[in-house]
Ligand binder design. Structure first.
Ligand code: DQQ
Length: 595
């Protein structure tokens, strides 16, 4: 009881610490625009504010930075504008949590204060030194005229403070500057460093471009992840060649880490991998493509002697595996020593207008943290919401062995579903695969185009089947999350498409409502597939086939708000589909930075 009291007290204290308010003063023109734009009331309705996704009390947020675990506390830093709901004045906001679900805001950890970060404290990562001290390396913008980018470090002032409230920038900053042909305006977002047990040297990556101009035939310049090495975390030298590069344009927020090949969920701490144990791991290289604003990764091998990375799939850089086929960017993983897992954080921007954001007073959330591990095939990652999120589950309803006939829908009633967690297993007769639609070869490599052409309301063979979430009672508004099965033109195994179609998600006409889609690399010949959707008022985060394909979508209903939001299972195909089991839980609101 006493212990519980202490925890509650600690939370109250932290909530007080979080109370510092900020003044909006330099967004007059946007504010005026917002006032003139007759923002639909639903956008500013507090019921549209996400309930259990990470967000501060107000204002703009983007990239998650330097997630780490220290003395019993999880820390998340993030890009934050203390002065308004659009990007600008960027500082590192700082929040702490015991469980990755309940968060308390502290004062910003890193703000412009030295010549080498005077014009911005941009993204970066944390590394835990051998004595347990975390060190942050981040990008500082040191000239405003050309966005000149350098890398700085910051250390905790007091390592006995588990909340790491104060960060000190040593006088030897900046510690990495863009020399030797590096494009100084495209040189940012250092990764967590790793140390090879054999030589004790630190390595890290910095996102950049190789060369200055465009490639042949107007191709974008090569995105590049440069390797820097150091013995003392102070003097860093660049390896001659980048770890990897590809003709994709600028690589923001690179991430590079080992994953075990056993198929188990356990994570691998990068500095624990020796030459010998390296045989039991593969590596993941992720880059955030500035040109597309999506996060792409490949799985491959790391040649430690040559300091080079080679994707297993030679066409991997063009094939574009994504963490998430929706709105998810600038992500970053960290190794959680408390539960020996690797956790992925990613930023989800709004899909409304900047004027809407100013009117709401907030913009941006972080996706629910996901555990990531290597699929047993070795070809891709699997992702699943961290188990802690299940502590928020409240009242539930279930469906069992429910047949959804072609063209039918069934309501999942009895709980509020504006803030919910839904897990569903679908089944259909394997013989119905004969009625699956033919796959247009022109779209066979482009899930998004395919879903754009064969959206949720276009009848099919096997599928579309799935969920209508955040739906109004008359279903005028609804966001469809669904699967659709295709027969490839030249035979071979059926192709499964997973889509989120928000075309009908709102009566508000001013929204960006693209369909999002990815293929699901699964064997559907047994007629079974699962779906989980985390619904949170203006976000739907979905995990297909146990986390093989993930799609996060921002939606802003105008009718399906609060108690008026409904949930349905639907089947728009010709084949009968059975819900073997569906459970939907109401989700409670955790402590969220005083929001
Ligand atoms: N956001 C940061 C940059 C990074 C970009 C600036 C990615 O460091 O490249 O806020 O969203």
């Amino acid at each position: 009881m006493r212990a519980l009291g202490r925890v509650v007290w600690a939370w109250l204290l932290l909530l007080q610490l979080a109370g510092a308010s900020h003044v909006v003063h330099d967004y007059e023109s946007l504010e005026a625009e917002a006032a003139a734009a007759a923002v639909p009331p639903s956008i500013v309705d507090p019921l549209m504010r996400t309930g259990y996704h990470f967000q501060p009390r107000k204002n703009w947020i983007n990239d998650p930075n330097a997630p780490l675990y220290y003395k019993g506390w999880y820390h998340l830093f993030y890009q934050y504008n203390p002065k308004g709901a659009v990007w600008g004045n960027i500082v590192w906001a700082h929040s702490v949590s015991r469980d990755l679900i309940n968060w308390a805001a502290l004062k910003p950890a890193i703000e412009p204060s030295i010549p080498s970060d005077k014009y911005g404290c941009w993204s970066g990562s944390a590394t835990t030194l051998p004595d347990g001290t975390p060190v942050i390396m981040y990008t500082g913008v040191s000239r405003s005229d050309v966005n000149y980018q350098v890398q700085n470090v910051a250390y905790p002032r007091n390592t006995s403070d588990p909340l790491l409230r104060e960060w000190v920038k040593p006088s030897h900053n900046p510690i990495i500057v863009p020399r030797g042909g590096i494009n100084a305006t495209q040189f940012r977002d250092p990764t967590t460093a790793w140390r090879a047990p054999e030589d004790g040297r630190w390595r890290l990556l910095i996102g950049s471009v190789a060369g200055t101009g465009r490639g042949r035939g107007g191709a974008p310049p090569r995105g590049a992840a440069y390797v820097y090495r150091s013995r003392d975390f102070r003097r860093w030298t660049r390896a001659r060649r980048p770890l990897h590069s590809a003709a994709t344009g600028m690589w923001e927020c690179p991430d590079f880490y080992p994953v075990g090949t056993s198929g188990r969920r356990a994570g691998v701490e990068a500095s624990s991998v020796s030459a010998a144990s390296g045989k039991k791991v593969k590596y993941v290289l992720k880059n955030s493509l500035d040109l597309r604003r999506y996060d792409y990764y490949t799985v491959g091998a790391y040649d430690r002697a040559a300091e080079r990375y080679v994707p297993d799939d030679p066409a991997g850089d063009e094939r574009h595996l994504r963490y998430d086929y929706g709105n998810f960017y600038a992500s970053k993983t960290f190794y959680d020593p408390a539960k020996r897992r690797r956790i992925l954080w990613g930023w989800a921007n709004e899909s409304d207008t900047a004027a809407d954001d100013v009117a709401k007073g907030w913009a941006g959330i972080q996706a629910i943290p996901r555990t990531v591990w290597l699929d047993p095939s070795g070809k891709q990652l699997l992702q699943w919401p961290i188990e802690e999120v299940e502590a928020l589950r409240g009242k539930s309803v279930a469906l069992k062995d429910t047949v959804i006939k072609p063209g039918q829908h069934v309501e999942v009633a009895g709980i509020q579903t504006a803030q919910a967690d839904v897990e569903v297993s679908f089944a259909f007769e394997a013989t119905s695969l004969a009625s699956a639609e033919a796959l247009d070869p022109a779209m066979a490599g482009d899930a998004q185009r395919l879903c754009g052409a064969r959206g949720a309301d276009v009848g099919g063979g096997v599928g579309p089947f799935g969920l209508w979430v955040l739906a109004s009672a008359d279903r005028q508004e609804r966001t469809a999350v669904f699967f659709r099965v295709f027969r490839p033109a030249h035979g071979g195994k059926p192709v499964v498409l997973m889509c989120t179609d928000p075309i009908k998600s709102s009566l508000n006409p001013n929204l960006y409502q693209p369909t999002f889609a990815g293929f699901v690399d699964t064997d559907i010949s047994n007629g079974k597939i699962s779906l989980r959707s985390l619904i949170d008022r203006s976000v739907v985060e979905s995990f297909g086939a146990g986390g093989k394909t993930c799609i996060l979508s921002r939606v802003y209903p105008s009718l399906a708000i609060g108690k008026n939001a409904r949930l349905y299972v639907f089947n728009g195909g010709k084949a009968e589909v059975r819900v073997s089991r569906l459970t939907a839980w109401e989700m409670k609101k955790p402590l969220m930075n005083g929001a």
